[in-house]
Structure formats: C-alpha cells, structure tokens
Ligand binder design. Structure first.
Ligand code: FRU
Length: 505
C-alpha cells in the first residue's frame, strides 16, 4: 500500500482514494508557515522578487485537497514572512502547470516587456495528463505576476515523460540564460543555455550521482561565497530533490558543491559519493531559491514544501493540505570536513516574536521540568551541555498526552526528532524518528527550534544540520518540558512566543 501510494503520487498520475481527512483543530493550524486557505498545495514555484514584493507561486489544486489539476497558486509578501494569498496565476490548460521558475527579464531579451517595464517570465513544465509527456513552457506577466499569458512550449525532448522542473537564471559572465532541468527517471540534471528564454541549446549533463531514486525533482544552481575558504572563494551549489529514498524515509533534498562555467557543473575534488542531505527530517522538499533578490541584499534564500510524498495526500488537515517551511538563508562554509551548507530562518522572522522568556543554567534530570515556552507557536534558542546524561529530550505534549520529542543523544552523536507518538495514526509511513549526525564530543550543542503548532524546524549548531518534521496531534494546547536520562544536563534557553503572520490575525 505504501509503495503504491508513493508510485501514484510521485508519478503524478491518478491519486488513490483516501479515507476522509479528519478536520484539523483550529489550534493545530500553523500561524507563521504559509499555506493556502483551502485545497491542496505542493512545491514552491517561481520564487522571485520584483518591485517591493516577494512572490511565492506554488503547485496548487483549486478543485480539491489532494494532488491533481496543477495550477500555479500565488502569494506575495513584503518581507518573506507575512504572506497574502492571491488568485491563481497560471491555470491548467491542456497541460497541467508543473513546477518551475520565475525570473525578471531585465534586458527584455524575450521581447515580452511592455511600456519599458521588464516582463516576469515563468518557465515551467507542461504535463500532458493524457500522454504523460512533459516539456518546458514559457508564460509571461506584465502586471507584477497577477496574470500570465501562456506563450507555449519552448523546450521538449520528444515524447519524454519525465523531463521536468526547470530552474532558470541569468549567468552574467557568459551573458546568457541557463536552465537546469531534470531527466527525472534517469536521475540526471541537463543544462541548457539561451539568449532569449525561448530558444534553448543543450550544453551538458550531470549525474546520476549522490542519492538516487525513482525520480530526481526540482533542481537549483547558484553561487555562494565560501565562509572559511580562500580569500574571495566562491563555489556553486547544485541542489537536487529526491522523490523517494531520502534520509528521512521518503522524499528529501541533497546538494553538491562545485564549479560552473556557464555550461557545465563539476563537483569540487574529493566531493563525497554518499549523498549530502539538506535536511534530516521528512518534511523539507522541492526546495528552490529566490531569483532577483533586491540588489542591496546578498542573501540566497530558499524555501521548501513541508511534506513528504510518502503520505502527503493523506495528512489529516482540513480544509487545506500542505504548508511551506519558513524562508531560510542558505550559506556555504568550508571546514576540515569539506564544504557544507548552513541554513537559518530569514532574520525578518524575528518581527513576529513577542516578549522573550528565559531560563538560565536549568538543571535537567529524569524528572521532567516545565520549560518557559508559551503555547505551540515559538522560536527558541537553546544551548545544551549534556553533562553526564546519555540523552536529553524536549517534549511537546498536547492536551491528550500525545508527544513529539526533540532530543540529543551525545553517545550516539545524534540530534533527533521523534514523532512515533505524536498523534493518532493516519499513515503507516509517518510515525518515525529522524536523526541528524552531529559531533557531540564536546557534549555541547546549540539548537534553534521553530515550533508552529504542527511543525518543528530544528536548526543545529547555526544550521549545520536541520531537521524539519510535521506532526499531527490529538488536540489541545502544547506544553513544553525537558528531561535528561542517565545523568544531569544543563540548559540555557530563550523562548519567544510567535505571532501569526499578518493575514492570519
Ligand atoms: C515534486 C513534483 C515535481 C512536479 C510537481 C507536480 O514534488 O513531483 O517534480 O513538477 O511535483 O506537482
């Protein structure tokens, strides 16, 4: 059954009938994670900044709360935190509008600009539901992304069924557009270039490499300065999502670090052959980054769909299914272990913080102590010295006793999220424990925990590892406590209650 669900959902064909979802309690609804008011949502698409607005387009089914009839839904934000839902931007036609990119065509290379203003161009996969053929489409907008004119197909590979998820960007050194698009079933990333966004030339192919699975999906490619690298060092990050077989048990993301000359991506010498995961939880998928960030803002910011194809069509929420993670900055650092990414919630998220509560030098033992965290929407920074304990855990307990635990296990060098007892059963692939490998020789660890009623995003040691997991609890307010097993541990904590984003208040 589980296998069947994966195949049906990920292959983007018919979705199996599911038992009626039980309504999500109002107090379980995330407040500062974006989700549409109703219906189904998956991948973030076309993330782009233009004229004072961050755009979040996404895979959206206006006709129901399960996958199907893909349109590009739309939300905008002035600050990457407060999102406002707008009408559908790109509708389903004879093809569904699958995932893709949006860019601002500043030089009007496409010729679709109007009145001296650059067009917003969406390049996305058109999926023919009858033949299952997939090819790349172009649509343009002259009204700040509110409506798009579909120009039509710009790149195909004949009858290929798994050719999808184009990510397009302007490559300044070669003064051309670059597209990374996947042969999803072959597990390869194909690189094309264009001078006008319409006529594309194939340049190179990358993969299979790292984590392999039924499908590679939703790639991204961008350059970042290297913290701790040689002076002025920059490298390219190629991120590739994996429809199944990822570290969290189902879908997830991996990345490669290397060089890109405008035509070909090559990993740095010694890049590991084992997959390097973006996140160790189950619910961080289809990540892509913003195009055309404001000129004064050097950040690379990305966002993921907080879900897993394993059970995405079954999550017990109503009337909407699917939320995004918070927007995160992604940076690159070089250490003795090589190159790795660092993720952090965007700093703008702090604008939703209320008055902090603090606990210093809190001693933890077998007897649970209540933590000074108010309710289920919180942003928590904590430093933990696991001392003589062999496990420290923070429990979020709901009104019915269901519990989600965030834990640190110094002897096994791991940080984990355990949702085996976090709520009533709804899918066999859900109730599991997710582990990030963390060096705990010093017995010390720093955690930042974003909790939002039915999701935790855990950032370990300044985002060196992250674990993103949803949980669907039984109901009632969440309360927080901590314990240490096998010895004593010490914790310093600052917790801010979080407000909901503006449009939800
Ligand atoms: C990833 C994905 C993409 C595809 C879209 C369809 O979650 O399967 O590969 O474009 O979703 O909704």
């Amino acid at each position: 059954m589980k296998k069947l669900a994966i195949i049906l959902a990920a292959a983007a064909v018919l979705v199996p009938a599911v038992p009626a979802a039980f309504a999500q309690q109002a107090d379980e609804r995330p407040g500062y994670h974006y989700g549409p008011a109703q219906n189904w949502m998956n991948d973030p698409n076309g993330l782009v900044y233009y004229d004072g607005e961050y755009h979040l387009f996404y895979q959206y089914n206006p006709h129901g709360d399960r996958w199907g009839h893909m349109n590009w839904g739309h939300a905008v934000s002035p600050d990457l935190v407060n999102w406002k839902e707008l009408p559908v931007a790109i509708p389903e036609t004879d093809v569904m509008a699958f995932s893709g990119t949006a860019v601002i065509d500043w030089k009007n290379t496409s010729g679709f600009g109007k009145n001296g203003k650059p067009p917003m161009i969406a390049i996305y996969t058109g999926h023919n539901p009858k033949t299952e053929r997939q090819s790349q489409y172009l649509a343009y907008s002259n009204d700040r992304g509110r409506t798009f004119t579909i120009h039509g197909e710009v790149l195909s590979k004949g009858e290929e069924k798994h050719f999808r998820d184009p990510k397009v960007f302007w490559h300044e050194p070669t003064k051309r557009w670059v597209m990374v698009v996947l042969l999803a079933a072959a597990n390869t990333a194909e690189i094309y270039t264009s001078s006008d966004l319409k006529d594309w030339t194939h340049r190179s192919s990358f993969g299979p490499a790292g984590g392999r699975g039924k499908f590679w999906e939703c790639p991204d490619l961008f350059e970042l300065p290297v913290e701790g690298g040689a002076p002025g060092e920059k490298r390219w990050v190629l991120s590739i999502n994996l429809g199944d077989n990822a570290v969290g048990g189902g879908s997830g993301g991996q990345y490669f670090v290397g060089d890109f000359d405008g035509e070909k991506f090559t990993t740095v010498p010694g890049w590991p052959s084992a997959p390097q995961w973006m996140d160790y939880g189950a619910d961080f998928y289809a990540t892509i980054s913003w195009s055309d960030m404001p000129k004064s803002d050097p950040r690379r910011v990305w966002m993921g769909w907080a879900n897993d194809w394993n059970y995405a069509n079954f999550i017990p929420t109503y009337p909407a299914r699917g939320i995004m993670t918070v927007a995160r900055t992604v940076a690159l650092r070089k250490t003795g272990e090589g190159y790795h990414i660092l993720q952090a919630p965007v700093r703008e998220l702090a604008t939703l913080r209320g008055e902090p509560r603090r606990a210093s030098a809190l001693t933890l033992s077998e007897t649970p102590v209540a933590l000074p965290v108010e309710g289920g929407k919180a942003d928590i920074e904590l430093e933990l010295d696991t001392g003589t304990a062999d496990q420290v855990s923070i429990a979020l307990t709901d009104g019915q006793g269901w519990q989600t635990r965030i834990g640190v296990n110094p002897t096994a060098n791991e940080v984990f999220v355990d949702r085996t007892r976090s709520g009533p059963h709804f899918h066999d692939g859900f109730a599991n424990r997710h582990v990030a490998p963390v060096d705990l020789k010093s017995r010390k660890v720093k955690l930042r925990v974003l909790a939002d009623e039915s999701i935790v995003e855990v950032f370990v040691n300044d985002g060196r590892q992250t674990i993103t997991d949803r949980f669907y609890r039984g109901g009632g307010q969440l309360t927080w406590s901590a314990t240490a097993r096998g010895g004593k541990a010490v914790m310093n904590l600052t917790a801010w209650p979080m407000r909901s984003m503006g449009s939800r208040e």
